[in-house]
Ligand binder design. Structure first.
Ligand code: AMP
Ligand code: MG
Length: 284
């Protein structure tokens, strides 16, 4: 028998008030005593289930339901956000997914409030929205590099919490995953991008500049966790040094969230018997 979760990641990895990033082990596999092979068996099961669950969500949206799901992925360069999108989100019908990556804001985006581009990208009813980076950049890179005047951080945390509460109240289940890697693992992954011609395209010399701010990032991530892990939009601290484990975690969180929606299939808004008769009676 393949090993299963001993304790679900929704319990073990949820960021609570005592969470300490400096004591976090990015190579651990909390709640899971299996190995990569066990994980891939679970993922195969999740793939089938997720596909069915996503279709129920989509059908519910078509039938006038207001429910959607939003998966927020944050993490340092090379933390594996793209791999989550390919390997986890890729398990469901692309028609049901609304994916958006947030890079350096455009001129137009900069002319608006920082939540403007986020609001515009929120998943519509029936969809699974995926944010590769998010509004959290506005309290992370923006804070590390002082890209706005003053120190609006406390104000921004409150604003973000209110925004997420509003989004949740409108029917969106929010799952926030912080993909946490160790500095050694980041060095290894950046090095790999420089060793392999098939990975050069992923390398950005600026990633080394950002790496120099590792400690500053640790501090602003800690503050972000302390201020923005709420009941309606909790953070999950995902140990991401092992890609297979990080993918298992996010796949399982998505599976659990969709299962808890308890969605049936929409009832027919027509008379089934009558339509059967019509189909039978129609002679071509
Ligand atoms: P990548 O995800 O590798 O394509 O890189 C996108 C870059 O855009 C990262 O360095 C982000 O930190 C940066 N970025 C994302 N959002 C913002 C923002 N609001 N302000 C400044 N930089 C940002
Ligand atoms: Mg990058």
């Amino acid at each position: 028998m393949a090993k299963k979760w001993d304790v679900f990641p929704s319990t073990t990895l949820r960021v609570g008030p005592d969470f300490r990033l400096d004591a976090f082990d990015a190579a651990a596999t909390p709640g899971f005593s299996g190995d990569e092979k066990d994980a891939s068996k679970i993922m195969a099961k999740h793939a089938n289930a997720l596909s069915d669950l996503q279709e129920r969500l989509f059908a519910d949206g078509r039938a006038g339901g207001t429910t959607s799901v939003l998966l927020v992925l944050q993490g340092m360069d090379t933390s594996g956000k793209g791999g989550i999108v390919r390997h986890v989100v890729g398990m469901v019908d692309p028609q049901g997914v609304q994916h958006r990556a947030f890079g350096k804001p455009t001129k137009e985006e900069l002319a608006h409030h920082y939540l403007w581009r986020i609001r515009n990208a929120l998943p519509v009813a029936g969809k699974i929205g995926v944010f590769d980076r998010s509004h959290y950049e506005d309290v992370l890179i923006v804070r590390v590099h002082n890209l706005v005047p003053g120190s609006p951080w406390a104000e921004r945390y409150a604003e973000i919490n209110a925004f997420e509460a509003e989004v949740a109240a409108a029917g969106t289940r929010i799952i926030k995953c912080a993909m946490l890697i160790s500095p050694d693992e980041q060095k290894r992954r950046l090095g790999e991008r420089l060793e392999r011609p098939d990975k050069y395209w992923k390398f950005n010399p600026g990633d080394i500049d950002e790496r120099a701010y590792w400690n500053e990032y640790q501090a602003v991530y800690q503050d972000m966790f302390d201020a923005t892990s709420t009941d309606v939009a909790p953070w999950y601290a995902v140990p991401a040094d092992n890609k297979w484990f990080a993918r298992l975690v996010v796949g399982s969180l998505l599976f659990e969230t969709l299962t808890k929606l308890n969605l049936g299939w929409p009832a027919a808004d027509f008379d089934v018997e009558e339509q059967k008769r019509r189909l039978e009676d129609l002679r071509l």
